[in-house]
Structures are given as structure tokens and as C-alpha cells.
Design a protein around this ligand. Structure first.
Ligand code: FES
Length: 124
């Protein structure tokens, strides 16, 4: 415990105190090559911590927002004879008639700047 305490209180404090951090954004351009090299590990560590924090706290957005969420897997099957001359299957997971397309992909595409659309199966 004393080792880690000493590492943080003394060595880390000294390291941070000796970093050539500029006082302003413009100050970055006044740094020499040695100063910039000294800052690389510091900024790499800060960037890595920020990236990992973002990865952990970033909200997940599932492909399927609401269809049959009580089921561990959404599976639908049809005999080809059951389908009409042309059947459109939803691929955006927003249709109120899932697994069939009801046009909800248009609103989703406009809101999300996406381009998903249905799978259309036609009889010859
Ligand atoms: Fe989902 Fe049309 S409603 S693809």
C-alpha cells in the first residue's frame, strides 16, 4: 500500500508538475520538440482513459427496439404458398406489422439519416 501511495503522491505528482503543459491553446505552438515528446505519453493516457470511459458508458442501441422483446430470438417462417404475388418483409424492425413492412422505414430513415428498406419477394 505504501508503494502505491508513494507512487501516486510523489512520483505521479512530480511527473505532472514537470509536464510542459501550455497555459493556452496558442501555447501549444510555442512548445519545442522535446516538450511535445514529453507530452505524448500524458495525452495518450488521457485519450485512452476517455475512450475506454466512453465505451463503457455509451448507451447501446439495439437493432430491435420493441418487437417480441420477451423472446430470446425473433424467428418468423412462412411457406412460399402463403405469400401473395409480392410480399415486403421489414428489415428496419420498426413495422407495426412485423415481419411485414408497413412503411415505417421511411420515418426511421428520415430521423436517423439511414437507408434501410424492405426485402421484397415476388412470384414469377
Ligand atoms: Fe421496416 Fe419497411 S417498415 S422495412
Amino acid at each position: 500500500m505504501e508503494f502505491s501511495s508513494n507512487l501516486i503522491k510523489v512520483h505521479l505528482a512530480n511527473y505532472l508538475a514537470n509536464l510542459p503543459l501550455p497555459n493556452s491553446f496558442i501555447g501549444i505552438f510555442k512548445l519545442g520538440a522535446k516538450d511535445i515528446v514529453k507530452l505524448i505519453p500524458f495525452y495518450a493516457t488521457v485519450g485512452g482513459v476517455c475512450y475506454l470511459s466512453f465505451r463503457v458508458i455509451k448507451p447501446r442501441s439495439p437493432v430491435n427496439p420493441s418487437i417480441k422483446k420477451e423472446s430470446p430470438k425473433v424467428v418468423d417462417g412462412f411457406d412460399i404458398e402463403e405469400l401473395g404475388e409480392s410480399t415486403a418483409f421489414c428489415r428496419c424492425w420498426r413495422s407495426s406489422k412485423f415481419p411485414f413492412c408497413d412503411g415505417a422505414h421511411t420515418k426511421y430513415n428520415n430521423e436517423q439519416k439511414d437507408n434501410v428498406g424492405p426485402l421484397i419477394i415476388k412470384k414469377k
